[in-house]
Design a binder for this molecule. Structure first.
Ligand code: GLN
Length: 197
C-alpha cells in the first residue's frame, strides 16, 4: 500500500467556524480532510474534528435533523477532537450558562471563563506531547472546571486543563489549527490511524 492510500479521512464539522485552517493542519499531519455539513456524511470518515466558533450557534443548527444524535452515535465508536467551542460541545456538562452537549467527554466546561480583559491571548505552555512548550491561541476560551477519572490531562494553563484525552476523544480549549506547530493534530491523526486498522 502506498503512503497516499493509508491517509485516514477525517471530517471537520463545517457548519460554522474555521474549516479551512483545520483542513490545512490535517493535510500537513498526513490526513485527508472532509467537510461535514450533513449527518449522513459522517459515514464516510474515520474521525471528526468539531472546530471552534460559537457553540450556541452550532447547537441551533445541530438540534435540527437529528445531527446531535448522529454525532453522539459517531463518537461512541470513532475518534472525535473538539477545539474550543468543539470542546464545549463534547462535554458531559456545560456551565455559564448551561446548555445541551454531546456528553462524549467526561469534563465540565465553563464557557467564556477568563473574563473580558484576558479572554483572548497567545501563551506558550508545557505539554506532555514531547518537545518544546506549545504555542496556544486562546479565543474566548472555555475553562475545563472538572475532569473525570478516565480523562488524561496533556497540558494545563494556570492549573486548569487545556488539552485532554479520554481514549479516542480529545479536546483543546485553544485553537491548535491557528499555530504552525502540528503536534496536536498529529496526535489526533495517530489516534484515528490506530483506531481504523
Ligand atoms: N466562546 C465560545 C463559546 O462559548 C467559544 C469560542 C471559540 O470557539 N473560540 O462557544
Amino acid at each position: 500500500m502506498t503512503k497516499e492510500e493509508k491517509r485516514p479521512r477525517i471530517g471537520v464539522l463545517a457548519i460554522q467556524g474555521d474549516f479551512a485552517a483545520h483542513a490545512e493542519a490535517l493535510a500537513e499531519s498526513g490526513a485527508e480532510a472532509v467537510a461535514i455539513r450533513k449527518p449522513e456524511e459522517l459515514a464516510s470518515v474515520d474521525g471528526l474534528i468539531l472546530p471552534g466558533g460559537e457553540s450556541t450557534t452550532m447547537l441551533k443548527f445541530l438540534e435540527r435533523g437529528g445531527f446531535l444524535d448522529a454525532l453522539r452515535a459517531f463518537g461512541a465508536t470513532k475518534p472525535v477532537f473538539g477545539t474550543c467551542a468543539g470542546a464545549i460541545l463534547l462535554a458531559r456538562e456545560v456551565r455559564h450558562p448551561a446548555q445541551v452537549s454531546l456528553g462524549l467527554l467526561d469534563i465540565v466546561a465553563e464557557r467564556n471563563a477568563y473574563g473580558r480583559q484576558i479572554d483572548s491571548m497567545i501563551l506558550t505552555v508545557p505539554t506532555s506531547l514531547g518537545g518544546e512548550p506549545l504555542e496556544m491561541v486562546f479565543i474566548r476560551a472555555p475553562r475545563i472546571a472538572e475532569t473525570g477519572p478516565a480523562v488524561e490531562v496533556l497540558a494545563r494553563r494556570d492549573g486548569a486543563p487545556v488539552l485532554v484525552r479520554q481514549g479516542r476523544i480529545m479536546a483543546a480549549t485553544f485553537h491548535p489549527e491557528l499555530s504552525a506547530d502540528r503536534r496536536v493534530h498529529r496526535l489526533f491523526v495517530d489516534i484515528v490511524t490506530a483506531d481504523s486498522v
